[in-house]
Design a binder for this molecule. Structure first.
Ligand SMILES: Cc1cc2nc3c(=O)[nH]c(=O)nc-3n(C[C@H](O)[C@H](O)[C@H](O)COP(=O)(O)OP(=O)(O)OC[C@H]3O[C@@H](n4cnc5c(N)ncnc54)[C@H](O)[C@@H]3O)c2cc1C
Length: 428
């Protein structure tokens, strides 16, 4: 495929490639917003995929196969720099490709591939040595390997900088000890991007370092956690005397906080804007259900559909504003936090609207298409109010950085981690 195609030629080439490699979606009515044909195709509107281990493996296999075909045809790294193996094309080409792909049945990505490709790979692009970029980026983007995010710990979530997993130098190696939690996809990932403490004598944000941890290393134990929606996407990851060569350190010693913020920045953009917005049921699914059950004339249902539509459009425009800023070479503004909040609020609006429409059908599995399946949206959506920075934390960011409100007190921020720990223990 020539990289000199203009946007419309590129779109036509992408469409033709998709036609040869995927089945068209039933009733894809518009390029921007594929409509839903009631009763046809899959009625899966899960926010998280609550499936057995074997099913998850099969799903990832299908996803991998698709991604490899796409990668090898040149459609997987469209807006990545050419130096990193990408095509160096503007985001408009990526949007054009995504719009075309949305007309076709392609394997759903689930949680791990977007984390791996959308968060871990770009963080390595930002901080990796040329050797690390060479080692990791292509395999992560081709889905030959998956990477997950080893950040949160039992006592460090919103206040991530308080994390306690340690890495001690031992000659040319590092030895990691501690526990991570809520690690999405760890059972199926080959690598974890871990933020760990390498210095306790400096303030908490300054003593952190990032590492790429091979999850099959001796001393790594991954234990699944069962969720209320039935699945087990999350895991606890125990690190006991895990030995890593120094060439698995990502970024300088003591710069782990910057690495974490970069990765979380991608997560926010991803959740609020592109990838994340694709999970769960959509406005069009809700409209299709309302129409099927003869409720489009109900004043309450109409009101909630209108409310949903308006909020969804506002979120789309906010995302476009963010994309325009990036395109103009400006630094990302508050849209990441705004976009994420709007996304989670809209998922909740979808839950409310569909609950009104379905009533008891939501909780009684009658086998009817497009009804009980919604439980996996309604029970899964609240998870994203917490993941990638909770709603409250996003509001704090907006309050402080956008509205200029006074910052919340950050007690002991200049104390060393050790001193802060001593004081915290004394307070308990
Ligand atoms: C679906 C999902 C996927 C996840 N995947 C991963 C993953 O792959 N890797 C990973 O490392 N972690 C992951 N997490 C963990 C996630 O990052 C943490 O759950 C999140 O940062 C919140 O931390 P916490 O659970 O410790 O809650 P806490 O930080 O203890 O917060 C508890 C409550 O207090 C509120 N709160 C905390 N501090 C403040 C404050 N300063 N101001 C106002 N309110 C506050 C929070 O909003 C929340 O409501 C995932 C979580 C979810 C739900």
């Amino acid at each position: 495929m020539s990289s000199t195609l203009d946007l419309e030629q590129f779109r036509a080439a992408a469409r033709s490639w998709l036609q040869s490699n995927a089945e068209p979606r039933a009733a894809a009515a518009s390029a921007d917003e594929p409509r839903v044909a009631w009763g046809s195709g899959s009625d899966n509107v899960a926010v998280f995929h609550d499936v057995s281990e074997a099913e998850e493996r099969a799903r990832l296999d299908a996803c991998q196969q698709w991604q490899r075909a796409k990668f090898d045809a040149g459609y997987a790294m469209l807006n990545w720099p050419e130096a990193l193996g990408g095509r160096g094309l503007p985001n408009s080409y990526l949007r054009a490709y995504n719009t075309e792909e949305a007309r076709f049945e392609v394997p759903g990505a689930g949680e791990l591939p977007p984390t791996s490709m959308g968060l871990i790979a770009p963080t390595i692009a930002a901080y990796g040595t040329p050797e690390q970029q060479e080692r990791f980026i292509r395999p992560l983007l081709r889905q030959d390997e998956y990477g997950c995010q080893l950040f949160s710990e039992p006592s460090a979530g919103s206040d991530l900088a308080s994390l306690a997993t340690r890495a001690e130098r031992d000659g040319d190696e590092w030895v990691l000890d501690g526990q991570k939690v809520w690690t999405s996809g760890a059972r199926f990932a080959q690598w974890g991007l871990a933020i760990v403490r390498t210095d306790t004598s400096v303030p908490k944000h300054k003593g952190l370092t990032a590492f790429m941890v091979p999850l099959d290393a001796a001393g790594v134990e991954v234990r699944p956690i069962r969720q209320m929606s039935g699945g087990a996407n999350f895991n606890e990851v125990f690190l006991t005397g895990v030995r890593l060569a120094d060439d698995l350190r990502l970024g300088p010693v003591g710069e782990g906080w910057r690495v974490a913020l970069t990765c979380l920045g991608f997560e926010r953009d991803h959740s609020g804007g592109g990838g994340g917005g694709a999970v769960g049921g959509t406005y069009h699914h809700v409209v299709a259900a309302a129409a099927h059950f003869g409720l489009t004339n109900s004043p309450t249902v109409r009101q909630s559909l209108a409310d949903l539509y308006v909020h969804q459009r506002v979120a789309q425009f906010t995302n476009r504003r963010a994309a325009a800023r990036l395109k103009a070479g400006q630094t990302p503004g508050p849209e990441g936090s705004l976009g994420k909040l709007m996304w989670t609020a809209n998922m909740a609006r979808i839950s409310d609207a569909i609950s009104t429409i379905l009533g008891a059908r939501l909780v009684a599995d009658t086998g009817e298409w497009g009804t009980f399946a919604w439980g996996e949206h309604v029970l899964g959506a609240p998870g994203y109010r917490i993941a990638g920075g909770s709603d409250e934390i996003q509001r704090n960011i907006i309050g402080e950085r956008v509205l200029g409100l006074p910052a919340e007190p950050r007690i002991g921020k200049d104390l060393s981690f050790d001193e802060a720990q001593r004081i915290t223990r004394g307070l308990r």
